[in-house]
Design a protein around this ligand. Structure first.
Ligand SMILES: Cc1ncc(COP(=O)(O)O)c(C=O)c1O
Length: 364
C-alpha cells in the first residue's frame, strides 16, 4: 500500500530490516552506543555547525509525547505560554496546557491564515507574564507553513522562549534552528525522517536545558531534564522501544546520506507534480501557493463526491489519502508525499486518481 497520509510513512527496506537487529538491554553499552548515535545524527541533520549549542533528547512515544514534554518542562512557576493557534496541532498545544491547568494565552487565527509577527510583538509587550511562545512549524491540518523565521526573530527580540512543534516539518522543510536561537524544537521519527512511529525527540538549546532543571516537574514520564540526565549517561529513564530506535538510527543514516537539503528538494518535486496534475484535473487547492508546504496538499473534494468514496476508490487501487479534520472534514482531502516514495509511486497515484474521476463522470 502506498501511504499518502502524513505519517506513518512508507519506509525503505533498509530501515525495515533494521528492526531485526539483535535483542539488547537498554542498560548495556550496546544501547548507549545506539542512543549516542541517534542523538548525534539528529544534531548533525538539524543544527549543522551548531551541534555543541544543542542537545537532542530522545523519547519513546509519538510526536505528541515530544510536544507535551517540551511544553510541560519549559515553564517556570507562575509563568504562562502564548500559543499561536491556526490549526489542530496549535490547538493541541493549548489543550495540553489546559489539561495541566497551566495558564495559556492564545493567538487564535483562522486555519487558512498566518500570524502577523508585528501583532505578536505588541501582544508580548503587553503581557510580561508570557514566558514561552509556541508555534507549529508545518500545520498538518491544512499543509500550511507558518512564518517561523519572522516569529523567531520577534520572540528572540522580546527575550522569550520559542518552542516549535516541527513534528511534520523536520526533514521536509527548511528550518534554521540555531540562527534565530530557537530554544526547543519537537520532532518525530515517523514522518519526514522516514523511520517508524514510536520514537520522538526534542532539540533543546543547552543553556535552556540547564535553566529547565530548576523548573517544576509536572509529569513523571515527560520531564525533559530527567531524560537529559539519563541520556547523558547513555541510557533512558524508562524502557525504550529498542527495535524502533534501530530503525530510527538507520533512517537517520539514510537522511544524512541523502542530505537534508536534497530530501527537501525531492519532496518539493513530488508535491509540485501532484499539484500540477491535480489542478489540471480541475481540482481546487485550499491554500495559496505561498502558504503551502513541500509535503502536504489540501484540495477541496471533487463536486458530488464524498471523502469516503474518493478514499475507498483510491484504496482499492493501492493508495491511501487523508481526510480533513474538524470543520474541514467534509470539505477537503489531503495528499501527503512524505516517506520513501518513488516518482513511479506518485505517477501511479495520479493515474489512479484520474481513473477514479473518469469512472465517476461516466457513472453520473
Ligand atoms: C504538527 C504536528 N504536531 C504533532 C503531531 C502529533 O504527532 P503524533 O500523532 O505522532 O503524536 C502531528 C501529527 O500528525 C503533527 O502533524
Amino acid at each position: 500500500m502506498i501511504l499518502l497520509n502524513p505519517g506513518p510513512v512508507n519506509v525503505s527496506e533498509r530501515v525495515r530490516k533494521a528492526l531485526q537487529r539483535p535483542d539488547i538491554c537498554h542498560r548495556e553499552s550496546e544501547f548507549a552506543e545506539l542512543l549516542y548515535g541517534i542523538r548525534q545524527k539528529l544534531l548533525n541533520a538539524f543544527v549543522p555547525g551548531a551541534e555543541s549549542d544543542y542537545t537532542a533528547v530522545v523519547l519513546t512515544g509519538s510526536g505528541t509525547a515530544a510536544v507535551e514534554a517540551a511544553v510541560l518542562s519549559s515553564l517556570p512557576l507562575g509563568k504562562r505560554a502564548l500559543v499561536i493557534n491556526n490549526g489542530v496541532y496549535g490547538q493541541r498545544i493549548s489543550s495540553i496546557l489546559g489539561v495541566h491547568r497551566l495558564g495559556v494565552s492564545e493567538f487564535k487565527l483562522e486555519w487558512e491564515t498566518r500570524p502577523d509577527p508585528e501583532r505578536l510583538r505588541l501582544a508580548l509587550r503587553q503581557h510580561p507574564e508570557v514566558y514561552v511562545v509556541a508555534l507549529v512549524h508545518h500545520e498538518t491540518t491544512t499543509g500550511l507553513i507558518n512564518p517561523v523565521k519572522e516569529i523567531a526573530e520577534v520572540v528572540d527580540s522580546q527575550n522569550r522562549v520559542f518552542l516549535v512543534d516541527s513534528v511534520s516539518g523536520l526533514g521536509g522543510e527548511e528550518l534554521d534552528i540555531a540562527g534565530p536561537h530557537m530554544y526547543m524544537v519537537a520532532g518525530s521519527a515517523g514522518k519526514c525522517i522516514q523511520g517508524f512511529p514510536g520514537a520522538s525527540f526534542v532539540l533543546v538549546r543547552k543553556g535552556f536545558m540547564d535553566r529547565m532543571k530548576g523548573y517544576p516537574k509536572r509529569s513523571w514520564y515527560l520531564h525533559l531534564p530527567h531524560y537529559y540526565e539519563d541520556e547523558e549517561k547513555g541510557t533512558l529513564p524508562f524502557t525504550p522501544a529498542v527495535q524502533v530506535y534501530y530503525a530510527f538510527d538507520e533512517a537517520l543514516n539514510e537522511l544524512l546520506e541523502e542530505g537534508v537539503a536534497r530530501r527537501i528538494q525531492r519532496y518539493k518535486k513530488a508535491s509540485s507534480l501532484i499539484r500540477q496534475r491535480l489542478s489540471a484535473l480541475g481540482l481546487q487547492p485550499m491554500l495559496p501557493p505561498e502558504f503551502r508546504s513541500n509535503t502536504i496538499t489540501s484540495y477541496y473534494l471533487p463536486p458530488g463526491m464524498t471523502y469516503q468514496t474518493l478514499h475507498d476508490r483510491l484504496k482499492e487501487r493501492g493508495y491511501v489519502i487523508y481526510a480533513g479534520q474538524g470543520q474541514l472534514e467534509s470539505k477537503i482531502f489531503r495528499v501527503a508525499n512524505m516517506g520513501a516514495l518513488t516518482e513511479g509511486d506518485i505517477e501511479g497515484f495520479l493515474a489512479a486518481f484520474q481513473q477514479v474521476l473518469e469512472t465517476a463522470a461516466v457513472r453520473s
